[in-house]
Design a protein around this ligand. Structure first.
Ligand code: IPM
Ligand code: MN
Length: 353
């Protein structure tokens, strides 16, 4: 197969971890006989520095040309403590999601046997956890209008809006994923308080009849925040709106003890983007110490979700597991053993594909 991949390294550790994913993707290409080309573009703070715009049109064109987008991270501390900054790296990310129509953010949580003891939860609660969030990504309070302040600047408001169509397309992805997994779908909302949540619940209830093999549960977001910690194994596929999903997937990303290891996919009808869940980790930027595995696993998701190449995806998961088992890992998980550099882990993975 021929594939053209848009590479958006972004800020902080983004370029370093993306470089390792590229090594692995190239190795997969050689092993399985695919012709893979890459086209790189700037995004985030790096793009602001170069062009004044965190998601310039030239970058958008590269993304549109690509069969898939592989993205590192964005964010720079110089913007974090300046709420008045006119342009922010995050605006680039939001505009990219919107312009590429990436309405479904798929964030799995699974455990690695060799790391599960690092979970903040008791072993028996977390061993074997395997669930996936489908977070709606281009609607809700992130994009709703009106938003802003009153004239005096003393009151601020955001608007949460959802259409039935937006809920339906996300929910269908969740139902279909559940059919291929353990056939349990949890709709996460706040229907006891919010009108948008009541529309979510009503829409999912209507769809449920089309998926009789899937068991559907409805839970309030505050209860899910609690139960994710108490009984994470109770979940299979969870669907939720943008803001709830933002919060819960951060919670979910640490419970397996593999913080910094979870990949994600953002899917639309036309475009697909893959990125690690972790951020730009500016303290580690340029030091060759960041853990590249989340980005490498995002590349595995790319083979599966963008190209329907499951064997290639499996080959990447396998080599990641092998590196963990053999202790070829960066300092964050080395635990007194040898800490490998980011680039060394990447070389090892590519050599062992
Ligand atoms: C994420 C991030 C973004 C979000 C920020 C950086 C805008 O936290 O991808 O979850 O809130 O969606
Ligand atoms: Mn987030």
């Amino acid at each position: 197969m021929e594939m053209n991949i848009a590479l958006l390294p972004g800020d902080g550790i983004g370029p370093e971890v993306i470089a390792q994913a590229v090594k692995v993707v190239k190795a997969v290409g050689e092993k399985f006989g695919h012709k893979i080309s890459f086209e790189e573009a700037v995004v985030g703070a790096t793009a602001i520095d170069k062009t004044g715009d965190p998601y310039p049109d030239s970058t958008h064109e590269v993304c549109l040309r690509g069969d898939a987008v592989l993205f590192g991270a964005i964010g720079d501390p110089k913007y974090d403590n300046d709420p008045k900054a006119k342009v922010r790296p995050e605006q680039g990310l939001l505009r990219m999601r919107q312009k590429l129509g990436l309405f479904a953010n798929v964030r799995p949580t699974f455990t690695f046997p060799s790391l599960v003891h690092k979970s903040p939860l008791k072993l028996e609660r977390v061993d074997g956890v395997d669930f996936v969030f489908f977070r709606e990504l281009t609607g809700g309070v992130y994009f709703g209008e009106p938003r802003g302040r009153n004239e005096q600047g003393t009151k601020a408001f955001d608007t949460n809006v959802y259409s039935k169509e937006e809920i339906t397309r996300l929910a269908r992805m969740g139902f279909e994923a559940a059919q291929k997994r353990r056939k349990l779908l949890t709709c996460v909302d706040k229907a006891n308080v919010m009108a948008t949540s009541r529309l979510w619940r009503e829409t999912v209830q209507e769809l449920a009849g089309e998926y009789p093999d899937v068991k559907v549960e409805y839970e309030f977001v505050d209860a899910v925040a609690m139960r994710l910690i108490q009984w994470p194994k109770a979940y299979d596929v969870l669907i939720t709106e943008n803001l709830f999903g933002d919060i819960l997937t951060d919670e979910a990303s640490v419970i397996s003890g593999s913080m910094g290891l979870m990949p994600s996919a953002s899917l639309g009808t036309e475009n697909k983007l893959f990125e690690p869940i972790h951020g730009s980790y500016p303290q580690a930027a340029g030091k060759d110490i960041a853990n590249p595995l989340a980005t490498v696993l995002s590349a595995a998701m790319m083979f599966e979700y963008a190209f329907d190449l499951k064997e290639e995806a499996q080959a990447i998961s396998d080599v990641v597991n092998k590196s963990l088992a053999e202790g070829v890992v960066t300092e964050d998980i080395a635990e007194g053993g040898k800490a490998y550099k980011t680039s060394e882990v990447g070389d090892w993975l590519a050599a062992n594909i």
